[in-house]
Design a binder for this molecule. Structure first.
Ligand SMILES: NC(=O)c1ccc[n+]([C@@H]2O[C@H](COP(=O)([O-])OP(=O)(O)OC[C@H]3O[C@@H](n4cnc5c(N)ncnc54)[C@H](OP(=O)(O)O)[C@@H]3O)[C@@H](O)[C@H]2O)c1
Length: 308
């Protein structure tokens, strides 16, 4: 099959389209003919080599952790999914990639909502998993107010909508150019940066109940002060979490508490209550450009690659 992969760590110029061996669905997995794959900051963090001491990749490595497509192999023990089904889902976490390819294996998936294009579905699963995990870790429940740091990005936009569907009020930080965009998602926008606590206090005089840091830009001390207790804060992106007594939520190999969010999100999508805002869509041949846009740090929603 064809895939975009890299043989050595480096800038986006190390990515190349090559012929590689096909993966096959193992027990409990399905294989899809990929129609679209999501781009996440981890794809270029890993490619750059900055995590080489923590995550050992078997090079060459195919990036991309989530995808949508048509099932063409069903692994042993899988029920309820058949060859020809359109699905969206997550690649095995232990592989750290594999989606920018003609075929990919999924370890968690749900039927593609009819209301989503393959591009929207291709960029959805990883963020739904992350958002669901984070909302569970925060025990986010109806009536609460949630503050999301970095609400306009891939994770932020999905978390905000899933929280709204659970009946929470959501305040989200973004640069001013993204405030109308956030309002369109039912989020009360606020500008990030120094003085955030005062601005949030003006918007939520009774305070916020829980906080998700989806940006990892060094604001945990202020976010803890806003929440009033580090146990009400979860970060997915700040490696200083321990120092602040804050829980860091990450995807682990094996079943994630976020997987249950996939079919629920698909139902919400078909009710018109969950969209996947797309910042940009690139063809597979322009995977390097997709990584570079992600590395710019200002995606409004999700960056997606179409295959072939
Ligand atoms: N632990 C996990 O399981 C997990 C899973 C997925 C992602 N992550 C991590 O979570 C982070 C976000 O991922 P993503 O996919 O949502 O990224 P993304 O789509 O690239 O989001 C970027 C967003 O960050 C906002 N931003 C930039 N500077 C900011 C600042 N100083 N304060 C607050 N927000 C700021 C931008 O908003 P403006 O354009 O308005 O500035 C933009 O909307 C990344 O570090 C990623 O690696 C972790």
């Amino acid at each position: 099959m064809f895939a975009v992969q890299y043989h050595r760590y480096g800038g986006s110029e190390v990515l190349a389209r090559e012929e590689v061996e096909e993966p096959h669905a193992g027990p409990g997995q399905v294989r899809i003919a990929v129609r679209a794959a999501g781009v996440t900051p981890s794809d270029w963090y890993l490619r750059s080599g900055m995590f080489r001491d923590i995550v050992s990749l078997a090079l060459p490595h195919i990036p991309g952790m989530d995808a949508a497509g048509i099932v063409d192999e069903v692994g042993e023990g899988v029920t309820g999914t058949a060859v020809g089904d359109a699905v969206f889902g997550i690649l095995p976490a232990a592989d750290h990639g594999g989606a920018t390819a003609e075929y990919a294996v999924l370890e968690a998936w749900a039927p593609k909502p009819r209301s989503w294009s393959f591009e929207e579905a291709g960029g959805a699963a990883g963020n739904i998993d992350t958002a669901t995990r984070a909302l569970e870790a925060l025990a986010a429940a109806e009536g609460m107010t949630l503050l999301i740091e970095g609400a306009a990005g891939g994770v932020g936009t999905i978390t905000a909508q899933l929280a709204r569907a659970r009946g929470l009020t959501v305040i989200g930080t973004a640069s001013e150019g993204n405030h109308d965009f956030l309002r369109g998602l039912g989020v009360i926008p606020v500008t990030y940066g120094p003085g955030l606590a005062d601005r949030v206090a003006a918007l939520a005089p009774r305070g916020v109940d829980v906080v998700l840091d989806a940006a990892g830009k060094g604001s945990l001390a202020e976010l803890v002060a806003i929440a009033g207790d580090p146990r009400r804060v979860v970060t997915i992106a700040d490696f200083d979490a321990d120092r602040h007594g804050v829980r860091f939520s990450r995807s682990e190999a094996g079943e994630s508490p976020g997987w249950a969010g996939l079919p629920l999100a698909a139902d919400l999508a078909d009710q018109g209550r969950l969209t996947v805002p797309l910042h940009a869509v690139f063809p597979l041949a322009e995977t390097a450009a997709a990584h570079d846009v992600s590395a710019g740090g200002h995606a409004r929603g999700k960056i997606v690659i179409t295959v072939p």
